[in-house]
Design a protein around this ligand. Structure first.
Ligand code: ADP
Ligand code: MG
Length: 724
C-alpha cells in the first residue's frame, strides 16, 4: 500500500484508539461506580467500630435483635456517609399494596438554639417510621380514622443513596404495617415466607445429612421486559399517559412477523439510553447484566444477576423506576404495561427462582446424575407438589387487568399452570413413579461439522419457551408474571407453598428410622400423585388446553376467576400454618386486588370515552365535513366522484357507530359502578365494560384505517413502534 495511504489512515486510527482508550476508562469507571451509592457490608466494615459491625452482621444474618445503642451508632455512620454523597434527607422506602414504592423524605437538620443547625439521624429514626397509613390501600384492615401505620427497617436489604434531579436522599428499605401489626405491604409477607422456607428447608437438609448449612435462602433473578416510545408520541396520547397502554390504534402494516427484532442491533439512541441506565443501576449496586431487543418492535429486556429474593424484589422496583426516569431524559417514555400495543407481543417478567444455602450450595443443582442426588430430588419433588397443590394460588398472584391481556394470548404462557422438567428429569420422574430411579440420561455434545468450530456440550434439556414454569438447568423460571407487577407476590407464594411441603416432608423424615428409604418413598409418592402437572409440550396449543382439562388442572382465564379461588380453606391454612398471612390479611389483600382491577378498568374506560369523543369523533366529524365540501365542489364542477361519495357514506356511518358505542360505554361504566362489594364490582367491569371497550375500539380502528392521515389526531402504531 502507498505510504500516503497508510498515513491517510492514521487519523481515523488515532480516533479509534481514543475510543478504545475511553472504553478502558469506562471499564475502570464501572468498578468505581458499582455499588458506590450503597451502604454495603464493605462500607459498614470500614465505617463502623468493629464490635458494632459484628453485632450488625448478626442482626442481618442471624435475625438477632438490634439494641437502641447499636442502632444509634449505625444511624450516625449512615448519615455521615450519606452527607458525603450530597444527601440532605433520609426516607423510609416501602412497598404498599399499590404495587409502587412510597417514600416520605425528612431532612437531617436539627436546629440549634443559636439559629444554626446540626445534621442528625438517630437509631430510632433509622428503625421506625410512622407514616399516615390512611391513604394507602388496606382492604378494610384499617378505617381512615385509625390512620396509624408503621414502617420498620429491613436490614437484610442494604440502605442506599438515591439521586432524583438535584435531590439526594438516604433510602432505608422498610416493611409497612398497620397499628395492629397487619402487613400492609409487599415486603412483609415476602420476608415472612423466606423465614418459613428457611425453617422448613433446614429441617429437611438436616434429615438428609447436611450439617453445614446455617440458612437456606430463596434466590431470585427477574428479567424485565419493557417498551420504549418517543416521548412526544407518548405525550400526545392520553391512553399511554394515563393507563400505559393504547386503548385505540390500528395495527401497523409491519409487526413482528419478520422476526427481525429479537436480539437485533441496537439503535444509537437506545444504546445511549441503556448505557446511562446501567450506570445508574450499577451505582445502586444492582448487577444489571443482560440487555437486548425483544420480539416486538420497540421492545427490550434487562436482567440483573440473581440475589436473595428480598433484595431482588427491591432491585426490580428500583429498576422499573430507573427505567422510566432515564427514558424521559433520553426523550423516550418507558412502558411497563403488560400489553401496550394490540397485535404485537406484550411484556412479562420472568422470575428465575431457586434455593441456596449460606455456604453456597444451590439446592436445585442436579449434577451429572440427578437420579442419585437425593437432596436435589427431594427439593425438586417438593416444588412439583407445591406447584400442583397451589396452582390456582400461583395463578392468582399474577392476576391483574394488564396481565389478563397477555396470559393465554398465544405469546405468553396460558393461564394454566404446569411444569416443564425437560427430557432427563421427566425420564427420572417416570422411573420413580414406576419404582426407583436408577439412571439419568446423559448429555451429548453438539458437533457443528466444521473442524475449526468447537464441539459444544449439550444441555440436558432443551428450552421450552411456552411453559409457565420451566426448569432451566439449576433453577425454575416462572414466566406468568406481568411486566408491571411486583415480584413479591409470586415469590412469596412459591416460598410459602414449598415451605409447607418441605415441612410435611420433614415431619415424615424426622420420624423415620431409615431416612434414605423414607425419602425414596416420598419421592415415589409425589412422582405418582403429581404427574399431571408436568408437561413438556407446546403450551400454546388448543390440544394442551383440552389435555389440561382432562388432567383436572385449573384454567382460570382472567383476574376475577383467579381471585375467586384465593380464600379457600386450604389456602388460609397454608398461610396461617406457615406464619405468612393471617386469614384477615389474606382477605384484605384479595379485596385490594379486586379494587385495583376495578379501578384500572374504570380509568381505562373513562379515558376511552374522553379520547373517543374529544380526539377521535371530533376529527372524524371534520373528515366527514371535508368530504362533504369536496363532494359538493366536485358536483358543482360537473365531475362528481364515486370514491368521495363512498368515503363520505363510510365516514358518516362510522361516526354514528362510534357515537353509539361511546354512549353505550358510558352507560355500562355507570351501571358497573353502581354498588356491590369489591368482587361484584370487579365482575361487573370484567363482564359488562370490557366487551363494550372492545367494540368501541374496533369502530375507531376502522376509522383510523381509512381516514385522512392528516386529520388523524393520534400518533399511529407505525410511528410509535418503528420511529427511534
Ligand atoms: P434466559 O432465561 O433468558 O436464558 P439467563 O439464563 O441468563 O436467562 O438467566 C436469567 C436470570 O436467571 C438471571 O437473572 C440470572 O441471574 C438468574 N439466575 C441464574 N441462576 C439463578 C439461581 N440459582 N436462582 C435465581 N436466579 C438465577
Ligand atoms: Mg428467561
Amino acid at each position: 500500500m502507498h505510504a500516503d495511504g497508510i498515513q491517510g489512515y492514521n487519523k481515523p486510527l488515532e480516533k479509534k484508539a481514543m475510543q478504545y482508550l475511553m472504553k478502558g476508562e469506562d471499564f475502570a469507571m464501572v468498578r468505581d461506580v458499582f455499588g458506590s451509592d450503597v451502604f454495603s457490608e464493605a462500607v459498614m466494615a470500614e465505617r463502623l467500630p468493629k464490635n458494632v459491625f459484628n453485632i450488625i452482621r448478626k442482626v442481618i444474618y442471624e435475625g438477632k435483635p438490634l439494641e437502641a445503642s447499636t442502632a444509634d451508632v449505625v444511624a450516625n455512620a449512615m448519615k455521615d456517609w450519606a452527607i458525603e454523597r450530597g444527601a440532605t434527607h433520609y426516607c423510609h422506602w416501602f412497598q404498599p399494596m399499590t404495587g409502587m414504592t412510597a417514600e416520605k423524605h425528612d431532612a437531617f437538620i436539627s436546629p440549634t438554639r443559636d439559629g444554626r443547625t446540626v445534621m442528625e439521624f438517630t437509631g430510632k429514626e433509622l428503625i421506625q417510621g410512622e407514616p399516615d397509613a390512611s391513604s394507602f390501600p388496606s382492604g378494610g384492615l384499617r378505617a381512615t380514622f385509625e390512620a396509624r401505620g408503621y414502617t420498620a427497617w429491613d436490614c437484610t436489604s442494604p440502605v442506599f443513596v438515591k439521586r432524583d434531579g438535584k435531590n439526594t436522599t438516604l433510602f432505608i428499605p422498610c416493611a409497612f404495617c398497620s397499628y395492629t401489626s397487619e402487613a400492609l405491604d409487599k415486603k412483609t409477607p415476602l420476608l415472612r415466607s423466606m423465614e418459613a422456607m428457611n425453617r422448613a428447608a433446614l429441617r429437611v437438609l438436616r434429615c438428609l445429612g447436611n450439617t453445614t448449612a446455617k440458612s437456606v435462602m430463596a434466590t431470585l433473578g427477574a428479567e424485565q421486559e419493557y417498551f420504549l416510545v418517543d416521548r412526544d408520541f407518548f405525550a400526545k396520547r392520553l391512553d399511554l399517559s394515563l393507563v400505559g397502554r393504547t386503548l385505540f390504534g390500528a395495527p401497523a402494516p409491519k409487526g413482528q412477523e419478520m422476526e427481525d427484532q429479537y436480539f437485533g442491533t441496537l439503535h444509537d439512541r437506545v444504546g445511549t439510553f441503556m448505557h446511562e441506565l446501567n450506570q445508574e443501576l450499577w451505582r445502586l449496586g444492582i448487577s444489571a447484566k443482560t440487555q437486548h431487543r425483544e420480539v416486538a418492535p420497540g421492545q427490550y429486556e434487562i436482567a440483573p444477576i440473581f440475589t436473595t429474593a428480598n433484595v431482588a424484589t427491591d432491585w426490580n422496583q428500583l429498576m422499573m423506576e430507573t427505567l422510566q426516569n432515564v427514558a424521559l431524559r433520553h426523550g423516550f417514555a418507558c412502558l411497563l404495561h403488560e400489553k401496550p400495543f394490540a397485535g404485537v407481543n406484550g411484556s412479562g417478567k420472568h422470575n428465575n427462582w431457586s434455593m441456596g444455602t449460606d455456604d453456597g450450595l444451590n439446592l436445585l443443582e442436579p449434577g451429572n446424575t440427578p437420579h442419585d442426588n437425593m437432596v436435589f430430588m427431594v427439593f425438586l419433588c417438593a416444588i412439583v407438589r407445591a406447584v400442583d397443590k397451589y396452582a390456582s394460588l400461583l395463578r392468582a398472584t399474577v392476576a391483574s387487568a394488564g396481565n389478563d391481556h397477555r396470559l393465554g394470548a398465544n405469546e405468553a404462557p396460558p393461564a394454566i399452570v404446569s411444569i416443564f422438567l425437560g427430557e432427563q428429569l421427566t425420564d427420572i420422574f417416570e422411573q420413580m413413579a414406576n419404582g426407583k430411579a436408577d439412571h439419568s440420561k446423559q448429555k451429548d455434545n453438539i458437533e457443528l461439522g466444521v473442524s475449526s468450530l468447537p464441539s459444544l456440550p449439550k444441555d440436558s434439556t432443551d428450552r421450552n419457551r411456552t411453559s409457565p414454569f420451566a426448569f432451566t438447568g439449576n433453577k425454575f423460571e416462572f414466566r406468568m408474571c406481568g411486566s408491571a407487577l411486583s415480584t413479591s407476590g409470586p415469590t412469596f407464594i412459591f416460598n410459602t407453598s414449598v415451605a409447607e411441603v418441605l415441612s410435611e416432608m420433614a415431619d415424615e423424615l424426622e420420624k423415620s428410622k431409615d431416612v434414605e428409604k423414607a425419602a425414596q418413598k416420598i419421592i415415589q409418592r409425589i412422582a405418582k400423585e403429581h404427574k399431571r402437572i408436568i408437561f413438556n409440550g407446546d403450551n400454546y396449543t388448543e390440544e394442551w388446553r383440552e389435555e389440561a382439562e382432562k388432567r383436572g388442572l385449573p384454567n382460570l382465564a382472567n383476574t376475577v376467576e383467579a381471585l375467586a379461588t384465593v380464600m379457600s380453606d386450604e389456602n388460609v391454612k397454608l398461610f396461617e400454618g406457615q406464619g405468612v398471612l393471617t386469614k384477615m390479611e389474606l382477605a384484605a389483600r384479595t379485596e385490594i386486588l379486586y379494587e385495583i382491577y376495578t379501578k384500572a378498568i374504570n380509568i381505562e374506560a373513562r379515558t376511552m370515552l374522553d379520547m373517543g369523543r374529544r380526539d377521535i369523533l371530533g376529527a372524524a366529524h371534520r373528515w366527514a365535513g371535508r368530504l362533504a365540501r369536496t363532494a359538493r365542489a366536485l358536483d358543482g364542477s360537473g365531475h362528481a366522484s364515486d370514491s368521495v361519495t363512498k368515503n363520505l357514506q363510510t365516514a358518516t356511518k362510522l361516526c354514528d357507530a362510534l357515537d353509539v358505542s361511546l354512549e353505550k360505554l358510558e352507560d355500562v361504566i355507570n351501571e358497573a359502578s353502581r354498588g356491590g362489594n369489591a368482587e361484584a364490582q370487579a365482575i361487573a367491569f370484567c363482564e359488562k365494560v370490557l366487551p363494550v371497550m372492545e367494540e368501541t375500539r374496533e369502530v375507531a380502528d376502522n376509522l383510523e384505517q381509512i381516514m385522512d392521515a392528516e386529520l388523524w389526531p393520534l400518533p399511529t402504531y407505525s410511528e410509535m413502534l418503528f420511529l427511534r
